[in-house]
Design a protein around this ligand. Sequence first.
Ligand SMILES: Cc1cc2nc3c(=O)[nH]c(=O)nc-3n(C[C@H](O)[C@H](O)[C@H](O)COP(=O)(O)OP(=O)(O)OC[C@H]3O[C@@H](n4cnc5c(N)ncnc54)[C@H](O)[C@@H]3O)c2cc1C
Length: 362
Amino acid sequence: MDTDSYLLEVREVVAETADASSIVFEVPADAAEAFTYRPGQFLTVGVPSDQTGLAARCYSICTPPGEPLTVTVKRTVEGYASNWLNDNLKPGDTVRVLPPSGIFSPKDWTADLLLFAGGSGVTPIMSIVRTALAEHSNRVVLFYANRDEGSVIFAAALRELAAAHPDRLQVVHWLESVQGLPSEDQLREFASAYTSWTSFCCGPAPFMKAVSNSLRALDFPRDRRHQEKFVSLGGNPFGDVEEVLAARASVEAADDADESDEAVPAGPSGPVKVEVELDGEEHVFDDWQPGEKLLDFLESKGVKAPYSCREGECSACAIRLVSGEVRMLHNDVLEQEDLDEGIRLGCQSVPATAETVKVSYS
Ligand SMILES: Cc1cc2nc3c(=O)[nH]c(=O)nc-3n(C[C@H](O)[C@H](O)[C@H](O)COP(=O)(O)OP(=O)(O)OC[C@H]3O[C@@H](n4cnc5c(N)ncnc54)[C@H](O)[C@@H]3O)c2cc1C
C-alpha cells in the first residue's frame, strides 16, 4: 500500500439530507501536516470492494481549514462508493484516505467571489464560503441550484451565514421543482452584475456547461473562471511507490537497450532537462526520459508532487507549462481553454521535444 495514504478514523457521520451525509474524520497529530488543505480541495477515499479490493473516489472537503476535516457524500443512483459510504460508515470505523489535493481554490482572497453550485457541488463551495467569511473581507454571492427543497445540502448553515454576514453573503436558491433548470440566458442575466468578480462553479455537467457558456457570453475572463468536475476515478491511486520505480526502471532499460521505439512513445530521442517549481522550491533534473510521465519521474527523484487519480481524470496534478513542450498521453478533464493557458496534467505529461521543459505547480 502507498505510504502516502493514511487510515483515518471516522469521528462522526451527519445526515445532511435524505441522500447525503457528511463524514467527519479524526486526523492524528502525526498526519496533521499532510492533511493541511486549501478551501476547495478534496480527499481521495478508498472504499472497500469485493470486486476490486478498493474503489477510489474523490470527495471535496466542506469545512474550512482549522475545523474538523469533513467531506459530504451524496448518493449517486446505482453508484457503488457513494451508497457504500452512506450505508456503512459509522463512528470508530477507519477509512483509507489520500491527503488533500486539487486546484479549485481561490488564490486571491481580496477578490469578490461569484459562486455557482449544483447539488453536491456545493461541498467545495461551502469550504470557500466559510473561509471567505471567517478569514477575509471580500463579498460572496452564491447561486445554488437543487432538484427540490429537500435536496438542499447545508440549507440551515447557509441561512445562518447569510444572517450573520448580510453585507457580504448573498445566497440565491434555484429549485428545479419550482423554476425548472436554469437556462443560459437566466444565468447570464444573474451573472451580469458580477463580471469583475472571480467565479467558481461545481455541479452536474449540464449545469457547469450552462454556467460556463453564460460567463463566456459575458466575456468573463478565463483566468477568473474556475470549475471542478465531479467524476469517478477509474484507476487505483493507492498503488505502490515500488510500482512507480519499477515503471521508471523499465523506461530506462528500454532507452539503454536503444532498440526500436516500441516501448517509448514518439518524442525526443534522449533524456530532457526539466525545471520544476513546486511549493516555492526549484528542482532541476537533466534525465527526464522520453515516454516517462512527469509525475512518475518526480516521484522517482523523491519530489512529492501532488496527484490523485494518476489517470488524467481529475486535475489534482495540474501544472503550468512555462516553456518547452510536453505531450499528454490522456486528458479527460482539461478543456481547450485550459490548454491554451498552458495548463497540463503532470500525471500524463511526457516530454514532446528535446527542448528544456519548465513547469510550475503554483
Ligand atoms: C475532485 C472531485 C471531487 C468530488 N467531490 C464530491 C463531493 O464532495 N461529494 C460527492 O457526493 N461527490 C463528489 N465527487 C464525485 C465522487 O467522486 C463520485 O464520482 C460519486 O460519489 C459517484 O461514485 P459512485 O461510486 O457512487 O458511483 P459510480 O462511479 O457511478 O459507481 C458505479 C461504478 O462502480 C463500479 N462498481 C460497482 N460495484 C462495484 C464494486 N463492488 N467494487 C468496485 N466497483 C464497483 C461500477 O462498475 C461502476 O463503474 C467528486 C469527484 C471529484 C473528481
